[in-house]
Design a protein around this ligand. Structure first.
Ligand SMILES: Nc1ncnc2c1ncn2[C@@H]1O[C@H](COP(=O)(O)OP(=O)(O)OP(=O)(O)O)[C@@H](O)[C@H]1O
Ligand SMILES: [Mg+2]
Length: 282
């Protein structure tokens, strides 16, 4: 069944409480996607995706262009519903709570399930420090000590040592790799349970890429990470689990195979997975 998504603002106004009884902010969460389907208009682009993204682990989503990886990621933090004509079916649970269930607010979900995009998007006219704190405004939280939070978040983002003496400079003045780590720090400042990353290194040089991968490994004990990547070496370096998406000709995207990264790359069960991870197509 196709679920027409509710108006976010109406939902927000009427249902103030969410995620009661679940771990507090800052603890890694588990995401369970069940029977997820997605449409743009009449076009089914993702079909019956079942995927568990384990707590405190890094899950990589791999597959050729157009197979629905970004769409799936957007469904996990309720960004899909802001696309005109987009619809979805199925359920997505964070620590057992359906993020699309009655009473769930999109903004609150996005605080618990943060997102880092392909292109670094710091606020260029804000300082480095202001950028780190920018997400707090939307989450309506006020830290006890902002300086401590800035240092903590930039340290987790792997950027502190490079910027500690220039926190008042503009975010837009940083290099691309530094801007991406600033965006990671901004996402971590609101203490999400899950961090979604959509090709976070695709615009970066190899050194910056390795730096971000190191950051991902360091934060994984505190936040569940789901990363989309076209880089097979990167998937193997950073992820514990891997899901291979594929949209065959005139078909919607599906998960062909998911499991431990070592298995997906070392001994996949499906020939299509083998061919993809060995560079035969895509
Ligand atoms: N806003 C949109 N409107 C209509 N169709 C869309 C929209 N966004 C994506 N699609 C379609 O949905 C399908 C999945 O797209 P998606 O961006 O999720 O793929 P992807 O796996 O992330 O690809 P890539 O690796 O190139 O980023 C594609 O066929 C795409 O054309
Ligand atoms: Mg994409």
């Amino acid at each position: 069944m196709t679920a027409t998504l509710p108006s976010t603002s109406l939902d927000d106004a009427e249902h103030p409480q969410v995620f009661t009884g679940t771990p507090s902010a800052g603890e890694p969460g588990q995401v369970d996607a069940h029977d997820v389907c997605a449409w743009f208009g009449d076009r089914l682009v993702l079909e019956t995706v079942d995927l568990v993204m384990e707590k405190s682990k890094v899950t990589a989503l791999i597959g050729p262009s157009g197979c629905g990886k970004s769409t799936f990621l957007r469904i996990i933090n309720r960004m899909h519903e802001v696309v005109p004509g987009a619809q979805l079916a199925g359920s997505v649970k964070l620590d057992g709570v359906d993020i699309y269930g009655p009473g769930q607010r999109a903004m609150e979900t996005r605080r618990h399930i943060g997102m880092v995009f392909q292109k670094p998007n710091p606020f260029p006219a804000m300082t480095i420090a202001e950028n780190v704190l920018a997400g707090l405004k939307f989450s309506r939280t006020s830290p006890a000590n902002k300086d401590d939070l800035i240092e903590e978040s930039l340290t987790k983002g792997g950027l502190w040592n490079e910027v500690k003496d220039r926190l008042g400079e503009l975010g837009g003045a940083l290099s691309g790799g530094q801007q991406q780590r600033l965006c990671i720090a901004r996402s971590l400042a609101v203490k999400p349970r899950v961090l979604l990353m959509d090709e976070p290194c695709s615009a970066l040089d190899p050194t910056s890429t390795l730096r971000i991968e190191q950051t991902i490994k360091e934060i994984a004990s505190e936040v569940t990470v789901v990363i989309v990547t076209h880089n097979m070496q990167q998937a193997q370096r950073v992820s514990d689990y891997c899901a291979f998406f594929l949209a065959e000709e005139n078909q919607p995207g599906r998960v062909i195979e998911a499991g431990r990264t070592t298995t997906i790359f070392g001994s996949p069960t499906d020939q299509r997975t083998f061919d993809y991870v060995n560079g035969q197509f895509g």
